[in-house]
Ligand binder design. Structure first.
Ligand code: SF4
Ligand code: F3S
Ligand code: FES
Length: 237
C-alpha cells in the first residue's frame, strides 16, 4: 500500500491524439528510494498504475539517448536525474519543438533528417592504406568532444531559434558535422561547410547557450558551433 505522505508527486503531461483535443496533466504518487531516477518513477507508473503511459527508453544508463524529456522545465535524460535532486511536484513533459505523437514521445524524424543532411560519416575515397588510416593523438583530440554525442535531441529542442524555425539545422546536426569536419582522415569538410553555411545553417545560432546547458554528455555545443562558423568563413576565403 502506498504511503502518499512519503511518495514523490509526479505530474506528467499526457496526450493521446486519437482521444484528447489538448494535452493535460495527470498526477501520480510514486514510492521511491534515494537512488531512484525519474525513469524509475515513470516505470513505476507504467508498470503498476497506468499501463497506457507512453515514453521511450532503452539503455537506462545515459548511453542510448532515447529518454530526453522536459523535467521541471529543463531538458534532461530521465535515466540520469535523481528524484531526490528535484523540487516537487516533478513535472515531466515531452521535448519542445517536435510534434508529440503520444504522451512523452515526439516525432524524431525532422531531427534525424537534419542530422542526415550533414553527412555524419567518414568520407575518404583515397585508396585505403595497408593497415589503418593513421592519426596523431593531437589530430584525434581536435574532435574528441563532439564524438560523445548520443543524438538525444536535448540540445536542438532547447534552442529558441529551433522553436521558431524548424528548418534551422540545429545544434545536434552541427555537432555531428563538427565531429567529421575536424577529423584529419575525412575529405568532405568543404561539402559539409557548404551545407552548414546556408540560410538555415550555423549562422542562425544566436549563441544563447541553451544547447550547451542541456547536453547530458557535457559537450561544449556552442563552442563547436562557433568553430564550425569560423571554418565556414575560412572555407570561403
Ligand atoms: Fe544530445 Fe548533447 Fe548530442 Fe545534443 S550534442 S544530441 S544534447 S548528446
Ligand atoms: Fe541555439 Fe545553442 Fe545557438 S541554443 S542559438 S544553437 S547556442
Ligand atoms: Fe538510454 Fe536514458 S534510457 S539514455
Amino acid at each position: 500500500m502506498s504511503d502518499k505522505a512519503k511518495d514523490a508527486i509526479v505530474k506528467v503531461k499526457r496526450y493521446v491524439p486519437e482521444r484528447d483535443e489538448q494535452p493535460h496533466w495527470e498526477t501520480y504518487f510514486v514510492s521511491w528510494e534515494p537512488l531512484d531516477r525519474v525513469l524509475d518513477a515513470l516505470h513505476q507508473i507504467k508498470w503498476k498504475q497506468d499501463g497506457s503511459l507512453t515514453f521511450r527508453r532503452s539503455c537506462a544508463h545515459g548511453i542510448c539517448g532515447s529518454d530526453a524529456m522536459l523535467i521541471n522545465g529543463v531538458n534532461r535524460l530521465a535515466c540520469k536525474v535523481l528524484i531526490k535532486d528535484l523540487k516537487q511536484p516533478i513535472k515531466v513533459e515531452p521535448l519542445r519543438g517536435l510534434t508529440v505523437e503520444k504522451d512523452l514521445i515526439v516525432d524524431m524524424e525532422p531531427f534525424f533528417a537534419q542530422y542526415r543532411k550533414v553527412l555524419p560519416f567518414l568520407v575518404n575515397d583515397e585508396p585505403a592504406p595497408e593497415r589503418e588510416r593513421l592519426q596523431s593523438p593531437e589530430e584525434r583530440a581536435r574532435f574528441d568532444d563532439t564524438t560523445k554525442c548520443i543524438l538525444c535531441a536535448a540540445c536542438t529542442t532547447s534552442c529558441p531559434v529551433y522553436w521558431s524555425d524548424d528548418e534551422y539545422q540545429g545544434p545536434a546536426a552541427i555537432v555531428n558535422a563538427h565531429r567529421f569536419i575536424f577529423d584529419s582522415r575525412d575529405r568532405a569538410a568543404h561539402e559539409r561547410l557548404e551545407i552548414l553555411g546556408d540560410a538555415e545553417g550555423a549562422f542562425k545560432c544566436r549563441t544563447t547557450f541553451n544547447c550547451t546547458d542541456a547536453c547530458p554528455r557535457g559537450i561544449h555545443v556552442t563552442r563547436a558551433i562557433q568553430e564550425v562558423k569560423q571554418a565556414i568563413l575560412f572555407d570561403k576565403l
